[in-house]
Structure formats: structure tokens, C-alpha cells
Design a protein around this ligand. Structure first.
Ligand code: SF4
Length: 231
């Protein structure tokens, strides 16, 4: 697949003029092609976010660039299984893993509420880190939640003023399961205990889709993916 011509200067203040063409070109492209283009286009200005739910996105990303930066948000409240999954992924792929942690005294769900806790322990550390990047890659999928139903493969993340790339956005749950089986992908053991979506221990229970996240609160997102796609 030929490359979309890109003029890059990071950070990008406005949606780049080439973005609509790239979004159209890669709308239904294989994840490997999208990641190859992302690595070729953004080089070291690219970060891949991984929730340590499974290694699907990591496996795809390191095929495009074995040294690609993978970012994990260690909120301080993760399940032991999630931290073990991070260690296993780092060992298997000799991963360029960057673990981001909140500062001392960061807001906490039990004292300050979940909005403040997610803002301090997820959103702020990621935004500090991404401030020096031009693009980030996520494992977001449209099938996960109604809040993600309109996501595309290549988007403008207006709130962070950077390009957001979602290579497996069109994958179904069956697509993920097939890739895991075919490639012997590392999976967080909680997945086998009925946790379809895995966040922090105090806010996650078993459930299908994202039903187990902040159950009973009506909340579906932590804020990482609540972005305007406008300019
Ligand atoms: S998911 Fe819960 S524990 Fe984790 S950062 Fe958000 S509010 Fe805090």
C-alpha cells in the first residue's frame, strides 16, 4: 500500500491537511498496513497505548517497529494480573515499555471520586507524556461501546492536538479472539474469569463488553477517549 504524502512538524496545532485523505485511505485497511504507515510517518513521535488487557495491539505494533514505544498507565490501583501481563509482554517482545505513574498525592477514587481519580491517574499522566508526540495509537474498537461507535482508523484528537490512530477499530470480538488463538497472544488471566474489559481493581468487575467498568454508575469512559474530533 503506497504512503499518503505527509508533511510533519510535531506537535501539530491543527488537523493536518493530509488527514482526511489518510482517514479515507485507511478506513478499512488491515491493521498491519495502518501501523506500517504510522511508524513510517511518525517515527519516534509515536506512542502506542496498551491497557494490558491482551497483547494484540502490541504484537501488531512491534511487527511494524520492534522498538516502538509502548505506554502503560499504572494508576496504582491495577489488579496483580494486569501488572503481571505487563511484565510478560515486556519480556516476550523485549518491549520499549514506558510506565506512566501519577504524582505523589494524586486524587483517589475513595476520597475524591472516580472522575477526579481517573483525571489524575490516567488522563493527566498520559497527556503529559503525549505532549511531546505527534500521534498516538490505541486499541479502541467500535464494538466495545456505543461511545466508541463513531471512531475511525485515523482521526484528529482535537483536545490533545495530535493524530490518533486506531488500527483495530473495526475488529469484532471474534476477530480479536481469532488473532489471539492464531498468534498465541498473551492475555490477561482475568479475561478467562469473565472480565471482558479490564481497568483498575476498585472499579472493575466481571461483565460483557464494558458493563463491568464502573458498574451501576452509568459511566463508560475514563476520559482518555472522550475527545472532540473536530478541528
Ligand atoms: S478506574 Fe477507578 S481506580 Fe482507576 S483511575 Fe479511574 S477512578 Fe481511579
Amino acid at each position: 500500500m503506497s504512503a499518503v504524502p505527509v508533511e510533519l512538524s510535531a506537535p501539530i496545532a491543527r488537523p493536518p491537511l493530509w488527514l482526511p485523505a489518510a482517514a479515507a485511505k485507511f478506513a478499512d485497511a488491515p491493521a498491519a498496513d495502518i501501523l506500517a504507515w504510522a511508524v513510517d510517518t511518525f517515527g519516534s513521535d509515536l506512542s502506542v497505548a496498551c491497557s494490558m488487557q491482551d497483547g494484540v495491539l502490541v504484537d501488531l505494533a512491534v511487527q511494524a517497529d520492534p522498538g516502538v514505544e509502548v505506554v502503560f498507565l499504572d494508576t496504582g490501583f491495577h489488579f496483580g494480573e494486569t501488572l503481571t501481563t505487563a511484565r510478560r509482554l515486556k519480556a516476550r517482545y523485549d518491549l520499549n515499555l514506558v510506565t506512566l505513574r501519577p504524582g505523589a498525592g494524586a486524587d483517589s477514587y475513595d476520597v475524591d471520586g472516580t472522575d477526579a481519580c481517573c483525571a489524575a491517574r490516567k488522563v493527566a499522566p498520559l497527556e503529559r507524556h503525549l505532549a511531546g508526540r505527534a500521534a498516538w495509537v490505541t486499541g479502541l474498537r467500535r464494538a466495545e461501546s456505543p461511545t466508541r461507535a463513531a471512531a475511525g482508523t485515523v482521526e484528529w484528537d482535537a483536545s490533545r492536538r495530535m493524530v490518533k490512530i486506531n488500527p483495530i477499530v473495526g475488529w469484532s470480538d471474534d476477530d480479536v479472539a481469532r488473532y489471539i488463538a492464531d498468534h498465541d497472544i498473551i492475555v490477561n488471566p482475568l479475561r478467562d474469569k469473565g472480565y471482558d474489559s479490564i481497568g483498575c481493581a476498585p472499579c472493575t468487575g466481571p461483565g460483557s463488553g464494558r458493563d463491568g467498568r464502573w458498574a451501576g454508575s452509568g459511566r463508560l469512559e475514563c476520559g482518555l477517549h472522550l475527545v472532540s474530533r473536530g478541528g
